[in-house]
Design a protein. Structure first.
Length: 258
């Protein structure tokens, strides 16, 4: 009898979770907090796929010789992303022993996965360079047959508008900087806000406002269980996290591409 009660309670809990769970999990800089991985490495992309994330986020720079590379830091191991050549940058090793990847290598690896690719273009030194980077990224996504799996994010308002202008219609483009209201984002054609947790703590009403305007909501970087639960309750569409396994336990939604 006791066992039956436990089973009933578990079934009830599971069904409640399923009704509530609407939040997809995105690995921030890939799934890197695990053995053999490193931030923005190809391993982190494959590991995000292997645990069933909806998407994997990664950061992209335009090098001095106009190539695209994947890394977070403006200066990595004393080399500036924008002032070094791709050959120089890709000779640097990440913490897991991999070489710093080009976007081309990253896309090639991504073809084998079912992930949504959440590409962040870092803010570059000039708007013209951002436009050039957006043109190259969009062309490369097409070349690799990944157009339908791309989502673009950036802190730069200029690059946001360029992605909206140049990516195929319907490609989600999210703005990261936290300073525009949902209505302002809608007006420029954004898919929605992708803001820091603190912005939504200050403006929790922006979640519903975005949904009412037909937009989606992504929140970064959400690592604590209590914050994840708060956002899942608020029905945000995505949480971007350094703890994707924790997120997937709380919101085990299947990736629609699987
Ligand atoms: Mg990023």
């Amino acid at each position: 009898m006791k066992m039956r009660n436990v089973l009933l309670a578990s079934a009830l809990l599971l069904s409640t979770c399923n009704v509530m769970a609407q939040t997809q999990v995105i690995a921030h800089r890939g799934y890197w907090k695990t053995e053999g991985s490193a931030q923005n490495s190809i391993a982190s992309l494959l590991k995000a796929d292997s645990i069933g994330c909806y998407g994997s986020e990664f950061d992209v720079w335009l090098t001095a010789d106009d190539k695209l590379v994947v890394n977070h830091d403006p200066i990595f191991k004393l080399k500036s992303m924008e002032r070094s050549t791709a050959a120089n940058l890709t000779s640097l090793k990440l913490d897991n022993g991999e070489y710093l990847p080009t976007l081309e290598q990253y896309f090639k690896a991504a073809q084998k996965t079912k992930l949504r690719l959440i590409l962040e273009l870092k803010e570059l030194s000039k708007p013209e360079r951002e436009t050039k980077a957006v043109e190259k990224i969009v062309a490369m996504a097409k070349k690799f047959g990944l157009e339908n799996r791309m989502e673009y994010i950036t802190f730069s308002l200029h690059a946001t508008k360029e992605f909206i202008r140049l990516a195929p219609a319907g490609t989600p483009v999210f703005y990261l900087n936290g300073d525009l209201t949902p209505k302002e984002l809608k007006e420029i054609g954004c898919a929605g806000p992708d803001y820091h947790l603190s912005v939504f703590k200050k403006h929790p009403e922006w979640i519903k406002e975005s949904h009412d305007l037909g937009m989606k909501v992504n929140v970064w970087t959400v690592n604590k269980e209590k914050d994840m639960k708060w956002l899942i309750e608020k029905k945000v569409d995505f949480i971007t996290t350094n703890e994707p396994e924790r997120g997937l336990l709380l919101s085990p939604l299947p990736n629609p591409l699987r």
